[in-house]
Design a protein around this ligand. Sequence first.
Ligand SMILES: Nc1ncnc2c1ncn2[C@@H]1O[C@H](COP(=O)(O)OP(=O)(O)O)[C@@H](O)[C@H]1O
Ligand SMILES: [Mg+2]
Length: 345
Amino acid sequence: MERLRNGCRFRLGPRETLASKGLPITVRRRLDPVIQLDQVTKVFTSSSHSGVKAVDEVSFTVGEAETLCIIGTSGSGKTTCMKMINRLLEPTLGDIQVGGESISSLDPIRLRRRIGYVIQKGGLLPHLTVAKNIGLLCKLEGWTSNRIQERVSQLLELVNMPAKDYAHRYPSELSGGQQQRVGVARALALDPNYILMDEPFGALDPITREGLHEEFLRLKQEVGKTIVMVTHDLQEAFKLGDRIALMDCGKLVQIGTESDFHQNPANQFVKNFVKNHESNDQAKVQRAVIPGACPDQDEPLQVDEPLAKAARVFLQQDVSEWPVVDEEGRRIGKVTKESVLRHLC
Ligand SMILES: Nc1ncnc2c1ncn2[C@@H]1O[C@H](COP(=O)(O)OP(=O)(O)O)[C@@H](O)[C@H]1O
Ligand SMILES: [Mg+2]
C-alpha cells in the first residue's frame, strides 16, 4: 500500500506492521530512490557552433514504483534527460545511478534491456508483425520460440489486445491507440524494473488518450514499475505522475506533487506555466485556495473539486469567503469571491 504525503512517497510495508504485538499500526517509510541524477549536464557540440547546453546541472531522484512526469516547453531538455538514463546519450558532466549503480560503468546494451522504452506512436518496426515487434528483445536474449509466443500472448492480454486478433497484424493495420499499446507491451517484454516513456500519448486524439490514461493507471497498479514519463501536457502529468519535474531551458525549475505546484510554486515561471496550462473547465478549487484561516461554514469545498463549484457557491449565497478542506477533510484555508474569479478568468 502506498501513500503520498507532502511530496514524499511512502510504502506501508507489511514487515513494519506491528501486528505481532496486536497493534493495527503500520509504520511509513520513505521509498528508496532507484533512479538518481546528480548534477547532470549535457552539452551538444558540433563543428558549426560552440554548443547547446540542453541539460544544465539537473538533479532528481525517482523512488521505487514511482511515476515521475517530466514536463516543460519544447526544447527544454526533457528528451535529452530521459535518453541519458538509458545511455542513448552520455552526460557531459554529472552522474546517473539506476538501481544503486552508476550507469557509466554498466554495459549500455545490458542496461537498456533492464529499462523499457516507449516513444510516440510506439516506435514499432513497420515490417514486423505485432508479435515479432513485442518479442524482438526476447529473441535477442535467446529465448525459445515457445517461450516468446507465451510471453507475447500474456503481454497482449495485459494491454487488452487478444493475441488471436492482433498478434499477426502489422503496425499499419492498427489504430494509433493500439500501436501505442503494443509499444507498451514491447517495453514490458523483458519485465524491466524501470520504464521510460517519451510523450507516449502525444500523437493521439483526446478520446483515445483519455482511454489510454485509464489503462496506464490500471497497468501501473498491476505491474508496479518505476516510470519516468516525458509529456508537454500538464493535466496528463498531474493525472499520471506521483510527482512532476518542470524543466525550462535545460534547468529543473521545480519538482513536487500537483499540490506543491498549486500551493508552493517555486517562482513566477511555475505560476504562469500552471495557469497557462489549465483550462478553466479543468481548474480545481486547489488553484484558488488561500491557505491559513478557514471560515467555519458547513459543507466546505474540497481541493480537488472543480473550481466552477466554488463559483456556484458564491452565485447562490451572499457570502464572500468559503472554507476549503484537503483530501482528508482537514480544514486548510478558504476561497474568496475574488480568488475564484481571478483564477477563472
Ligand atoms: N542530437 C542533438 N544535437 C544537437 N542539439 C540537440 C540534439 N538533441 C537535442 N538538441 C537540442 O537540445 C535542446 C533540448 O532538446 P530536447 O531534449 O529534445 O528537448 P525537449 O524534449 O524538451 O523538447 C534543444 O535545444 C535541442 O535543439
Ligand atoms: Mg522531446
